[in-house]
Design a protein. Structure first.
Length: 511
């Protein structure tokens, strides 16, 4: 008798084992390779992004199927135990029968009792085979079903593994980049000028606008978590954006309260090193305790604030006024923007209360807002930094709640749109020099989902992003301009190559 079912069961167990181990390893990869962001004094922070493409729904399916299969197999094992017993007794019966037949063959039938015993044995055998046959037939079908399902799950697991391999590769790449950033962060703590353009290096480029055409944005450089911590996801940060300002190395960090609305406090740092170490800060508190009540009149609203030429510009709390706070005297000036929508009426997509978004570029001070009359279309206003008077305005066709943020370079507004949690595209431009709109397609990678504020600094050609609490910078790349030398003809290639702004890993070599 050929008992093959236990062998097939072994095979199924083996398959299940393989599935279980691949699932377990897939799970382990997700959970344990994800470093927790940490915040502490003198510490470099890192965070990791789990790729969007990781097929968690496939894991769910496979886990579900595995549970079902385990149950099925267990049921079959339970059924199999008595079958094996029956097969054993069947074997015994066959053995007895064989002995009886042999006995009859050699000795002949001794008496009727002997004969009855033989026929009884044959009948028993027949009954047993019937029972066994039905059992085996049914089991066969169920086992066939199980094998089909095992094949089904195996194919899912196989797909999963191929996905997982990619996931591991992506994660490894990101880990490598993070290690590099950590190393640089550590270097930055001991090197005052790290990440800051060296004196005399390309300085002639800064502040000028001739042929400044944006061609690409570098990968994000994570500088630090904001000083208030991980839960302060809303805010703005940067450097003084005015060309030729007195303290070009002065950084500001302004995390909003967790209501996403109130800017009650911000800090200034005189150097990059101070910012990295969170020391020697000047803290500005904007709320006042008057007559047993807190007064928020001088506070800001939303994350559109910037530091420009030694003054802090922001939307005054609960109004359509612009505020300017002199960081030396702490005097505050106000100016109403007639017709501007305010109090979270037409804020950016995914970002609340940013009704007024300030910008400072090569051409001066700007504020971007939406008007009530245009029903949410973006207006760009150039401001007199001294008194906040509007010098000129441009109305665009861009619906403010449809875009995630904007920044301005040389009087050209660039607008962002969300693609995924880790990707934005710069898709729209408005040139105030010509009054023309344009389209673009430049990808901006994000560490975290929401870019709470995005601003360009003309003094270092960097974009400053407050990315869900993280302070992040990007290098901006412009089309390289060659001055033609005599007898040299510039090729298309060199005309189009990219230019880098400063040293470091973010540098992009001329292609
Ligand atoms: C597992 O069994 C449940 C209940 O019978 C069923 O709804 C589900 O679709 C099964 N899952 C798979 C992957 O076969
Ligand atoms: C095993 O065989 C006996 C008869 O030989 C039968 O009564 C019994 O039900 C069988 N066991 C199972 C689990 O079918
Ligand atoms: C086989 O023969 C032995 C001895 O004659 C008997 O005890 C046993 O019950 C028989 N087994 C079957 C399954 O008929
Ligand atoms: C299983 O039994 C059914 C009848 O119950 C029969 O039609 C079928 O052919 C059997 N299958 C096998 C594999 O013997
Ligand atoms: C796996 O089984 C499910 C449901 O039983 C079915 O929808 C799916 O097409 C099967 N997949 C493969 C690869 O056979
Ligand atoms: C733009 O920069 C990104 C980030 O480094 C890079 O991946 C991409 O290839 C660049 N695109 C072009 C067109 O150079
Ligand atoms: C910055 O302020 C100084 C006076 O404090 C002024 O002379 C200078 O023009 C201002 N720069 C800009 C870019 O507004
Ligand atoms: C905003 O975006 C949505 C979806 O893309 C689009 O249907 C709608 O027309 C846009 N609104 C305006 C005013 O552009």
């Amino acid at each position: 008798m050929d008992i093959k079912f236990p062998e097939r069961m072994t095979m199924i167990w083996l398959l299940l084992y393989l599935i279980v181990t691949s699932l377990v390893s897939a799970n382990r990869f997700i959970l344990s390779e994800m470093p927790v962001p940490r915040q502490a004094e003198n510490e470099c922070i890192c965070s990791i992004v789990i790729p969007d493409s990781f097929p968690s729904q496939m894991i769910d399916f496979a886990e579900d199927a595995l549970k079902n299969l385990t149950q099925l197999v267990q049921e079959e094992m339970d059924k199999l135990a008595p079958i094996i017993q029956n097969i054993t007794s069947y074997n015994d019966a066959v053995e007895n029968m064989t002995n009886t037949v042999l006995d009859i063959e050699t000795n002949g039938i001794k008496d009727e009792a002997d004969f009855l015993k033989a026929t009884k044995q044959i009948n028993n055998l027949a009954d047993a085979s019937d029972v066994l046959f039905t059992l085996l037939n049914e089991t066969d079908d169920v086992i066939g079903d199980i094998l089909n399902q095992v094949n089904n799950v195996s194919s899912v697991v196989w797909q999963l593994e191929s996905f997982d391999k990619n996931g591991v590769l992506v994660t490894h790449r990101e880990m490598a980049a993070l290690r590099k950033q950590l190393a640089e962060c550590e270097e930055a703590m001991t090197n005052l000028n790290f990440g800051v353009p060296g004196a005399g290096q390309l300085t002639h480029e800064f502040g000028k606008c001739d042929h400044k055409e944006l061609v690409n944005i570098s990968k994000p450089f994570i500088v630090k978590l904001n000083w208030r911590g991980f839960s302060y996801k809303y805010g703005a940060w940067g450097k003084d954006f005015a060309i030729g300002n007195k303290n070009p190395d002065m950084y500001w960090v302004a995390p909003l309260n967790t209501d996403q609305r109130l800017m009650e406090i911000y800090r200034l740092y005189n150097t990059y090193r101070d910012l990295l170490l969170y020391k020697n800060q000047v803290e500005k508190s904007l709320s006042q305790y008057v007559g047993f009540n807190w007064n928020y009149m001088n506070c800001g609203q939303g994350s559109g604030a910037i530091l420009y030429n030694g003054s802090f510009y922001f939307n005054c709390h609960n109004t359509r006024n612009l505020c300017k706070m002199d960081t030396v005297t702490n005097n505050i000036k106000r100016k109403t923007v007639e017709g501007a929508a305010f109090n979270n009426w037409y804020s950016y997509s995914g970002v609340s209360w940013q009704d007024f978004d300030f910008a400072g570029d090569e051409k001066g001070l700007w504020v971007v807002y939406a008007t009530e009359s245009s029903k949410g279309k973006i207006t760009i206003a150039q401001l007199d930094p001294e008194n906040l008077n509007t010098i000129k305005t441009w109305e665009t066709s861009l619906y403010k709640p449809n875009i995630t943020n904007t920044f301005i370079i040389c009087g050209v507004l660039y607008a962002l749109k969300r693609v995924t949690a880790h990707k934005e595209i710069i898709f729209y431009t408005f040139d105030t020099n010509t009054g023309k709109e344009g389209t673009l397609d430049i990808v901006l990678e994000k560490l975290s989902d929401t870019a709470q504020s995005v601003s360009y600094n003309p003094n270092d050609h960097k974009i400053y992003m407050y990315n869900d609490g993280y302070l992040v910078t990007y290098d901006v790349m412009f089309k390289r301009q060659f001055t033609r030398r005599r007898r040299t003809v510039a090729t298309m290639n060199t005309q189009n190559s990219l230019m880098t702004i400063h040293k470091g890993w973010q540098q992009f070599s001329a292609a």
